[in-house]
Design a protein around this ligand. Structure first.
Ligand code: PAF
Length: 285
C-alpha cells in the first residue's frame, strides 16, 4: 500500500491506473478508523479495480469552539487497518498543503445543507464540500463511498457531484452499529462508561420509532414526540423527519424519509438516523 502526501503524486498514481482502464474506488476519512470505515473500504475494494482511502482531519469543517485539536489521531493503526482491508493507496495530505496561506475558495451546496446539523454547525457542510472536492481532484475516483450515519453529508455530496457534473458515483453504505445498537463513530471514544450507557437512548428511540412506522404509524408529530420522550436523559439538538434526498422537513410520511437525531452526550455530540420507505408509497411508484 502506497502513502501519498501531495495531490500531484496522488493524481499521477490514479491517472496511470485510469489510463490502464482501471476503476478507482475512494473512501474519504478523517482517520480514527473503526468498523464503519472498514465496511466502506471493503466495498471500495470489492467493487473497483483499485481502492484509495484518504486520512485527513479537515480544519475547515470544525468551528473554533469544536474538537479539532482533541479529534483522535491514530495514523499508524489507521494505515495497518486500511492495508488489512485491501486498500491500495492512502492519500494523507498536510493541513498546510490543503489550505496554504491565501487559500480562498469554498464550495457551498444550498438547501440540502441547510437545517439539521447546520443549525448548530453552520460552517460544517461548506468545509466538508470543499475538502471533498479537493480530495476528489487528487484521487480522481470513479466511485466514492460514504456512511449513512452522516446522512446529510451524503445528501450534500451527492447533490454537489450531480450539480457540478463530476461524473463520480456517490454510494451510501449502511450504518455499522456496536452489538448494543450504538452507531459507530470516532467520537464514541470521548464517552466514559456512564455517557456510553446514556448514548444508547439514541438508537433505542430510533428503533422504537421504526417499529411504529413499520406497524403503520404515519404521524410526523407522534413519531418525533416518541423519539424525544426516549431521549430525555441527553441534551437533544434535534429530532426531525425530512425528505431523505432533499433534507427538507416533511408534513407527511408518504415518501422515503430520514428520521435523524443529534444530541450532546457528555463530551460527545452524537448523531444517528434511520431511513424509512412507506410500502404504500413504493408500491404506488
Ligand atoms: O465523514 C468524514 O469523515 C468527513 O466529513 C469527510 C467526508 C472525510 C470530510 O472530511
Amino acid at each position: 500500500m502506497q502513502v501519498f502526501r501531495h495531490a500531484d503524486e496522488m493524481r499521477a498514481w490514479s491517472l496511470s491506473r485510469k489510463c490502464a482502464g482501471k476503476r478507482v474506488g475512494f473512501v474519504p476519512t478523517m482517520g480514527a478508523l473503526h468498523e464503519g470505515h472498514l465496511s466502506l473500504m471493503r466495498a471500495a475494494v470489492r467493487e473497483n479495480d483499485v481502492a484509495v482511502a484518504s486520512i485527513f482531519v479537515n480544519p475547515a469543517q470544525f468551528a473554533p469552539n469544536e474538537d479539532l485539536d482533541a479529534y483522535p489521531r491514530t495514523f499508524d493503526s489507521d494505515l495497518e487497518m486500511s492495508q488489512e482491508a485491501g486498500i491500495h493507496a492512502i492519500y494523507a495530505p498536510t493541513a498546510s498543503a490543503m489550505y496554504p496561506e491565501g487559500y480562498s475558495t469554498y464550495v457551498n451546496v444550498d438547501r440540502v445543507s441547510e437545517g439539521l446539523c447546520s443549525r448548530t454547525r453552520p460552517h460544517f457542510f461548506r468545509g466538508v464540500a470543499t475538502v471533498v472536492v479537493k480530495l476528489f481532484n487528487a484521487v480522481l475516483p470513479d466511485r466514492a463511498y460514504f456512511g449513512q450515519k452522516d446522512a446529510q453529508q451524503y445528501a450534500v455530496i451527492k447533490r454537489m457531484a450531480q450539480d457540478l457534473d463530476m461524473g463520480i458515483e456517490i454510494i451510501e453504505m449502511p450504518i455499522i452499529r456496536e452489538p448494543d445498537g450504538l452507531a459507530m463513530s470516532s467520537r464514541n471514544q470521548y464517552l466514559g462508561p456512564e455517557d456510553r450507557q446514556r448514548a444508547l437512548c439514541l438508537s433505542e428511540s430510533l428503533f422504537r420509532a421504526l417499529d411504529a412506522l413499520e406497524a403503520g404509524e404515519r404521524s410526523v408529530d407522534k413519531i418525533v414526540r416518541m423519539v424525544r420522550d426516549g431521549m430525555k436523559d441527553v441534551d437533544i439538538d434535534y429530532v426531525e423527519i425530512v425528505d431523505a434526498e432533499t433534507m427538507q422537513p416533511v408534513n407527511e410520511i408518504n415518501r422515503t424519509v430520514l428520521l435523524a437525531v443529534a444530541a450532546q452526550v457528555g463530551p460527545a455530540r452524537l448523531i444517528d438516523n434511520i431511513k424509512f420507505a412507506p410500502p404504500e408509497a413504493t408500491a404506488a411508484q
